[in-house]
Design a protein around this ligand. Structure first.
Ligand code: 6PG
Length: 250
């Protein structure tokens, strides 16, 4: 992996603008190189304004939606119309507002009794539609929680070591919403051509400093496991989240 790129922007608005532009550029580059763009969306609160910007105006017009294939890097085991669903978030903010054929949208449905079977099913879908072994997404979007988790890979959880799988089920999350989930493993995340981690807010500042500048402690700080071997890693954060970083990243 090349050195991670750290992008610091003034506030959440700027984060949404710059991240949306990055996604458009990645999409155009992927389509130019490979005639398709495979992206895994993330959940949480940070991506909503990013998704909204991709759904409208010049960005929506520039996005090669007709060549885009959309997946999720994690989702919660709730119905797709539940407000806690990452699918619903992306649908309301983006996918329901653009003309993207349903066949190009692969929801990570985690609603059902057998989550291990759901994880295997989703891994099969990824293997079928995303080229590479392991499958290589053009872009995986992630966030980071205040505890240092990313996707649904939580501190000290056995899922951190599930490197033989592409997608795994997790028990109820230690953070709200306390529901089981499905998540990409580090194997699938780190096979990506590009990973973009988006985060905002002062409540993340201490943790992001530890993840980026602190000693390696991946059990406590799962976000440190994100390291796409043959790809790029970009962190984008607002000033509040970056306020405890000790170095300058220009
Ligand atoms: C989820 C996530 C999760 C999220 C972080 C950050 O489904 O909860 O995908 O990893 O990205 O918790 O969430 P915020 O953007 O809300 O801080």
């Amino acid at each position: 992996m090349s050195q991670p790129q750290i992008v610091i922007v003034p506030d959440k608005d700027a984060l949404a603008e710059v991240a949306a532009d990055m996604i458009v550029e990645q999409a155009l580059a992927a389509v130019a190189a490979r005639d398709r763009f495979t992206i895994a969306l993330t959940g949480g609160s940070t991506p909503r304004p990013v998704y909204e910007r991709l759904a409208t105006g010049e960005r929506a017009a520039r996005m090669p939606w007709e060549r885009a294939f959309v997946f999720w890097s994690d989702d919660r085991a709730v119905p797709p119309d539940d407000d806690r669903s990452n699918y619903k978030l992306a649908h309301d903010a983006l996918l329901g507002r653009i003309a993207l054929p349903q066949a190009q949208i692969q929801p990570m449905f985690a609603n059902g009794d057998d989550l291990d079977a759901a994880a295997r099913r989703y891994a099969g879908v990824v293997r079928t539609l995303v080229p590479g072994s392991p499958p290589r997404f053009d872009l995986v979007l992630l966030g980071m929680g205040p505890d240092g988790h990313t996707a649904s890979l939580f501190p000290h959880s056995p899922q951190l070591a599930a490197t033989d799988e592409l997608v795994v089920a997790t028990p109820p999350a230690p953070l709200d919403p306390h529901v089981p989930r499905l998540t990409f493993t580090t194997t699938l995340i780190n096979a990506a051509a590009n990973v973009l981690i988006m985060l905002a807010g002062a409540d993340k500042a201490e943790r992001v400093q530890q993840v980026i500048e602190g000693p390696r402690d991946t059990e406590r700080l799962p976000s440190q496991l994100v390291a796409p071997g043959g790809g790029t890693l970009t962190w984008i954060m607002d000033q509040a989240a970056a306020s405890k970083l000790s170095k300058r990243y220009d």
